[in-house]
Design a protein around this ligand. Structure first.
Ligand code: NAP
Length: 241
């Protein structure tokens, strides 16, 4: 059975290696947003499919028998496109998503980035780790000093936003140094789950943590670990020989 693995995450990279080791015929798909993507141990294709119809055509044209969607928990279009395309074609699909961080009583929880940024007090010194896709809320808050951490260079930024260009993972010591060097008072983050270094560092030095909730996933089977994904695949292959 030919598989499509929708990637762009550490989980996808690890799962690709595992599936290759298990002799699955897997192609990884990347959106192509990162100029120097991490290497995958499986064949990759890059770029959007062209919406639900483009994805459906690609699945049919490449004889794909199952899809594992291991895009980021905050990817909010690709999972729905995968859901709709596979449902229409009756192709089994699994959403693989690492578990979110359990909310601590001290954290400030928000539904959107806009509401998180709106809650930051004037004069705050912010470490923004919410990505580069939605910068407008930070742009509008000229009363804050913002250190924006991204993998890619997002282009010109106004004077109150400084770029910290870096690729994870970061150790807790690196995170503590970053917070201390810039006198950070508040951290904004999506509830991506996984490595807790920035959260542990922020808690250790009493930096206020503002966490944005995940978008709702599409209905259907889901897994939180590679082991669960591999088990789902084995069962899917067994019942669709
Ligand atoms: P998105 O909003 O769900 O997707 C936007 C569009 O990008 C999709 O409609 C699709 O274009 C294309 N796309 C997304 N993932 C793709 C994939 N794996 N292969 C081929 N095309 C893909 O996603 P996003 O938030 O922009 O994220 C883009 C990529 O970055 C994803 O692979 C995701 O895993 C990774 N990422 C996202 C975040 C985040 O916070 N959102 C963080 C880390 C990594 P078409 O409609 O043309 O098919």
């Amino acid at each position: 059975m030919k598989l499509l693995l929708l990637g762009g995450t550490m989980e996808a990279r690890h799962l690709a290696a595992r599936l290759v080791a298990l002799d699955y015929d897997v192609t990884v798909s990347l959106a192509g947003l990162t100029r120097t993507p991490q290497e995958y141990k499986a064949p990759t294709r890059t770029g959007g499919f062209g919406g639900i119809e483009g994805l459906s055509n690609w699945l049919t044209g490449n004889g794909i028998g199952a899809v594992i969607d291991a895009t980021h928990p905050f990817a909010d279009q690709m999972p729905w496109h995968a859901f709709q395309a596979t449902q229409a074609l009756d192709v089994p699909r699994l959403r693989l998503c690492r578990p979110p961080w359990p909310l601590s009583a001290d954290w400030h929880a928000h539904e959107t980035l806009a509401s998180a940024v709106a809650a930051l007090p004037s004069g705050g010194r912010i470490l923004a780790t919410t990505g580069q896709d939605q910068l407008q809320p930070y742009m509008d808050r000229t009363d804050l000093a913002v250190w924006l951490r991204t993998i890619e260079d997002p282009g010109p930024l106004p004077g109150h936003i400084s770029l910290v260009q870096a690729r994870p993972p970061f150790t807790i010591e690196e995170e503590r140094d970053l917070l201390a060097n810039h006198g950070i008072t508040h951290l904004t983050t999506k509830n991506s789950g996984g490595d807790r270094s920035k959260l542990d560092a922020a808690e250790a030095v009493s930096v206020a943590i503002h966490v944005i909730a995940r978008p709702a996933p599409p209905p259907g089977p889901s897994a939180e670990s590679l082991e669960e994904a591999v088990a789902w695949l084995a069962q899917t292959v067994a019942s669709n020989p």
